[in-house]
Design a protein. Structure first.
Length: 419
């Protein structure tokens, strides 16, 4: 639409300018610089319109809107919210590129996330708090076909999303994590109380060992026999490296990656962080069958206290992509995984009866999660409909013994439309 508008505006500009020239410029001075004047008039009109880049840097605008209804039941209370689905948050992105010569090019990438009042990573048993918009990525690059690409700015580091490489998994869900219930608190029917902390605080549903979006300088190599190498460095002494692979053999696609990172001075918490994570996926293209395994750990060494803790997870996912309707492809999938959290310290507990609460010293946590989902594409509208179910079980190991939380069940129904 934008490109078409530019072309239409340019045609009218040329026609209008040509009309003026035919009645004045040509009559006044047949030897004048008519072409320069025409170019100037076209440029003036184009400057007042929404354009697809300038004459040197092309611009592509894209994004999507993703909203869902999330139903939950923690064993004591159940409810439902309408919220932005944080598995694939509503966003708009701008991509720019310019060709320097046959080998070199340059460009930029900007992405803004929108969460409106309420989104699935923050709502809990108390309600659906307001969200906050942010700049997800803002970086520029210079690229060489023979030497690789160098990024500078706020973007994913080398290990970003290294645990999510999955051939076939729908992007409206995250089988290796559970952001859809991340802020929910664990409830214990024995004692009738909630712990003061979210599931993500206890590392149930997170993906330790993975990278993040941050201010970095990052290098990505060209592909060689299916392999690419990347490395990044950022402020506060963060660095990471990653190896990725993708190829296809006789209708079988394979992809995977592994990455390692360190934060040697994670101020002001005074800790050193060491991460390792990876994933591997395979897909049989003729049948649509796919599978993926992912896992990772995070070691957190406290400089001040001298204690070390480890968070870790593993997940397996499998599914099939088929076509049961002319609307588009349908994906059926399921996953199962285990999350283990490290030493967390003393946390409060809040009884539902209204009696006075207290504190409990948590040593570690462990949770198992299984998911089932269906994703239906509607090709004519660049749209996807989805339905997912998550089942979460969690144990909390304390100085007084092991506490078993009630099962948390979450159902999510939603849609995403791209533009």
């Amino acid at each position: 639409m934008i490109g078409g508008f530019k072309k239409t505006a340019s045609v009218f500009a040329i026609a209008a300018a040509a009309g003026v020239l035919s009645t004045s410029a040509f009559a006044a001075d047949l030897g004048g610089n008519c072409c320069a004047d025409l170019e100037e008039r076209v440029a003036e009109l184009e400057a007042t319109t929404v354009r697809k880049g300038n004459r040197k840097v092309s611009l592509t605008i894209s994004g999507h809107v993703n909203e869902a209804i999330t139903f939950w039941d923690d064993g004591f209370e159940s409810n439902a919210y309408v919220a932005t689905n944080m598995h694939s948050r509503t966003r708009i992105r701008f991509r720019g590129s310019a060709k320097i010569n046959s080998d070199w090019s340059a460009g930029f990438y900007m992405e803004f996330g929108y969460t409106r009042p309420g989104h699935t990573i923050k709502f809990n048993q108390d309600g659906n708090p307001a969200g906050a918009d942010d700049i997800r990525q803002q970086a520029l690059y210079i690229d060489s076909k023979s030497l690789g690409r160098l990024w500078l700015g706020h973007t994913g580091d080398a290990t970003y999303l290294i645990e999510t490489i999955c051939l076939g998994c729908p992007t409206t869900a995250a089988p290796e994590s559970s952001l859809g219930w991340g802020a929910m608190r664990p409830y214990f029917s024995t004692g009738d109380f909630y712990l003061d902390g979210s599931m993500r605080t206890f590392n149930i549903g997170t993906v330790p060992g993975t990278g993040s979006r941050r201010d970095v300088i990052k290098y990505v190599s060209p592909a060689f026999a299916g392999f690419t190498v990347s490395a990044s460095w950022g402020g506060d002494d963060h660095w990471d490296v990653a190896l990725r692979y993708a190829n296809e053999f006789n209708g079988i696609r394979v992809a995977g990656g592994i990455g390692y990172s360190e934060d040697t001075e994670n101020m002001p918490t005074g800790t050193e962080l060491e991460r390792l994570a990876g994933s591997f996926s395979v897909q049989h293209v003729p049948t649509g069958l796919f599978a993926m395994i992912s896992g990772g750990y995070l070691d957190d060494t406290s400089i001040a206290v001298g204690e070390e803790s480890r968070d870790e997870f593993w997940f397996v996912t499998a599914g099939v992509i088929t076509r049961i309707t002319p609307l588009g492809k349908t994906t059926f999938w399921g996953s199962y995984g285990d999350h283990q959290g490290s030493y967390l310290g003393t946390v409060g507990w809040f009884p539902t009866s209204g009696a006075a609460g207290g504190t409990v010293t948590v040593l570690s946590t462990e949770g198992t999660v299984w998911n089932l989902g269906i994703n239906q594409k509607i090709d004519a509208a660049a749209m996807e409909l989805y339905l997912t179910y998550s089942n979460v079980e969690m144990d909390v190991n304390t100085t007084g013994g092991t506490l078993e939380a009630d099962t948390l069940s979450v159902v999510q129904i939603g849609a995403r439309i791209k533009f």
